[in-house]
Structures are given as structure tokens and as C-alpha cells.
Design a protein around this ligand. Structure first.
Ligand code: OSB
Ligand code: MG
Length: 371
């Protein structure tokens, strides 16, 4: 695969409804799309940054800089790339900036699958024809709004409810949901809102038989989580703390995590995601695919990675209409009444980006040419 040009698009899409977590409220998704053009194909990748460094340190501004000034020149210098795994190695000297790396690596994975004439899921070694999905529900000011959301997505078939929690919006919220909806598959995500001093509150959640609690403690911690796990019955699932195979290996070894939320952007790409997948499979740690409120392009990548066999729990990959009035792909991602998404069998990501819609939501564009 030899890129003739690489196109960066700054994107801005408005969410149907605001999404509140313990670190902030998002109404607008600012992110970046990467297109890698070869003689025969275009590969698409999504950079799952946001406008502000709240979930991680990367932003649209930092990722654009790192892509334009470092990663893309490295890719042009390399010239021919036979397999996307080569990019993981190529980018090792560049520290972190995982979402920037993942965007261009994902575009090469799409290209690679298109050149082979196979779906991305197959190119990755995926084995499923459909994937099971749940939904991530933001914090609501008012419990009736949360009830309405849970009701709606249960009716639509979603296989588990993930409830965002924060201090003061935790035990009573989960208790109310259990009283109202009984034993539905449910988990909580704290996005690092607690410390070990809150162990009393977190222990109270044990009573509600949650599938797991996601990232209760600091975004950069794996020590306190191990301590906390010793005190909790509920399994801990790390999200923010896992940036690499090495992070996963150490967290598993320490007992800091019993389940891992995989976000391809957070770990720097699909090749690293596969390495973590294989490690977790060997260690008996189940995986599921997290989300970053992606457009259809990132969503398609998430569907593909979820077809790997150790993604045994429903992920956060909801249908396009949960987020957008209109998505940028055709067809849009749809969740069937049984809470599954059919894995497309067209080559590459299997959903076609629609040029007019890409342009409609593009706020800046830069074409970088080889040479
Ligand atoms: O912590 O998993 C998270 C969205 C943005 C940033 C962090 C998280 C989330 C979600 C939403 O939970 C997942 C989705 O629906 O894409
Ligand atoms: Mg999370």
C-alpha cells in the first residue's frame, strides 16, 4: 500500500442530546477523519479526540499537529506498507498520542482489507457474523429522564445498560433503577470520579449485582484499583488506565482489573488492540468494545474489532440514530430487535462514507501529498 495523498478533515457534528459524564457534558462532537488515498482505494480512519482534554490529554488540536507534522511524514517516508502492523512498529519512537496514531493506522487497516477484497472483521481475524451491543447512558439531572432512557433502549433490544455515576449520583440512582427494572443486565461507569476514601460508597454498590464497575478511581492508576478490587465483590473494569499491551499486562498481574473496556483509539490502533485481545484471552480476562461517541466511520471499526472471539460481553457500540440525526455513512449502523448489529460483508469497513455528508460536517480540510 502506497499513499499518494492523505486527507485530514476537522469534523463537527451535533449530538441529538447532551451526554453527561463525571468529567463534563458534550453536546457537540469535534473530531478528525483521516483518508488515505492509494491508486485504487481510499482507507478511512477516525481520530476519536474531542475539543477538550478531559477524557484524555489529546485534543483535535494536538492530534492534528502530531498527524500533520510527525506521523504522516513518517508514513510518506516509509513509502510501501505491506501490512498495517508495520505502523505500530513505525510509530514506537513517538510517545503516546495514541488517538492520532490509531486514526491513520485504522485507515491503513481499511485499505488493507479493501485490497484483499475482504471485510475488515475478517482481515483482523474476527469470527462473528453479528455482535451484541449495550448502551451507555449519561447522567441526567432528573431520575425520570434516566428511567425514560432505560425504558426506551430496553424496548429497542439493547443487551445491557451502562449507567454513568458520580459522587451523589450513585447508590440511590442504581437502587432506583433496580427497583424499577429488576434484574436487567446493568453496569456503572464512574470515569475516575472516586478515590480510595470512597470505598464505603463503592462497597454499597455490591448489593446491586452489577456486571462491573468501570474506572472508579484515577485515570492513571493501577495500584489503588488493585486495593479496591480486594474490597469489592463487583468486578472492576478499567477504561482510562489502559493505553497499551504493557498497561494491560501489569493491571491484570496486579489484580486491578477483571474485565477490560477496549477502545482502539486509547491503545493506539487495531494492531495493539489485537495484541491486548490475545493477552486477555490467554489470561481469562473478558473484553468488550467501548465507545467515544463515534461517527459511522469509527463505529464501523468498532464493529469489526468486536468480532474477535474474546469480546464476550456486549459493547457500547450503539446504532447511529442513538447519536445523530444523520450519520456520515450509508447504510447507517442499525441495531436489530435482539440487540445485535450484523457485521457487514463488503470489503473494508463495509459502510460507505457519503462524500456530501463528509463535506457537510467538515470545518477544515488539509490535503498532504507524497513527495
Ligand atoms: O467512559 O466510556 C466512557 C464517551 C466519551 C468518553 C468516555 C466514555 C464515553 C461513553 C460513551 O461511555 C460510549 C458511546 O456511546 O460511544
Ligand atoms: Mg468509560
Amino acid at each position: 500500500m502506497k499513499a499518494d495523498k492523505i486527507v485530514l478533515r476537522k469534523m463537527c457534528m451535533k449530538l441529538k442530546s447532551p451526554f453527561q459524564t463525571s468529567f463534563g457534558t458534550q453536546q457537540v462532537r469535534d473530531f478528525i477523519l483521516v483518508e488515505v488515498h492509494t491508486k485504487d482505494h481510499i482507507g478511512y480512519g477516525e481520530c476519536v479526540v474531542s475539543g477538550q482534554p478531559l477524557y484524555s490529554e489529546e485534543t483535535v488540536g494536538t492530534a492534528w499537529h502530531v498527524l500533520e507534522d510527525f506521523l504522516i511524514p513518517m508514513v510518506f517516508d516509509r513509502g510501501e506498507i505491506a501490512h498495517p502492523d508495520e505502523l505500530r512498529e513505525l510509530f514506537v519512537p513517538i510517545r503516546r498520542n495514541n488517538m492520532a496514531k490509531s486514526a491513520i493506522e485504522g485507515a491503513y487497516w481499511d485499505l488493507y482489507a479493501k485490497e484483499q477484497g475482504i471485510p475488515l472483521a475478517k482481515a483482523l481475524g474476527g469470527t462473528k457474523e453479528k455482535i451484541e451491543v449495550g448502551i451507555s447512558l449519561g447522567i441526567e439531572a432528573n431520575i425520570d429522564d434516566l428511567f425514560r432512557n432505560v425504558e426506551k433502549y430496553l424496548e429497542l433490544g439493547y443487551r445491557r445498560m451502562k449507567i454513568k455515576i458520580a459522587p451523589g449520583k450513585d447508590v440511590e440512582v442504581i437502587r432506583a433503577l433496580r427497583q424499577r427494572f429488576g434484574g436487567i443486565p446493568m453496569m456503572a461507569d464512574a470515569n475516575s470520579a472516586y478515590t480510595l476514601q470512597d470505598v464505603g460508597v463503592l462497597k454499597q454498590l455490591d448489593e446491586f449485582d452489577l456486571m462491573m464497575i468501570e474506572q472508579p478511581l484515577a485515570h492513571d492508576d493501577i495500584i489503588d484499583h488493585a486495593q479496591l478490587q480486594k474490597e469489592l465483590k463487583t468486578p472492576i473494569c478499567l477504561d482510562e488506565s489502559i493505553h497499551s499491551y504493557e498497561d494491560a499486562r501489569k493491571a491484570i498481574e496486579l489484580g486491578s482489573t477483571r474485565i477490560i473496556n477496549m477502545k482502539v483509539g486509547r491503545v493506539g490502533g487495531l494492531s495493539e488492540a489485537k495484541r491486548i485481545h490475545d493477552l486477555c484471552q490467554e489470561k481469562g480476562i473478558p473484553l468488550w468494545c467501548g465507545g467515544m461517541l463515534e461517527s459511522g466511520i469509527g463505529r464501523a471499526h468498532n464493529i469489526a474489532v468486536t468480532t474477535l472471539p474474546n469480546f464476550t460481553l456486549p459493547g457500547d457500540t450503539a446504532g447511529s440514530s442513538r447519536y445523530w440525526e444523520e450519520d456520515v455513512i450509508s447504510p447507517e449502523v442499525e441495531v436489530a430487535a435482539d440487540g445485535t448489529i450484523a457485521v457487514p460483508d463488503a470489503p473494508g469497513i463495509g459502510f460507505q462514507p457519503v462524500p456530501e455528508l463528509l463535506n457537510k460536517y467538515t470545518t477544515a480540510i488539509k490535503v498532504l501529498a507524497r513527495g
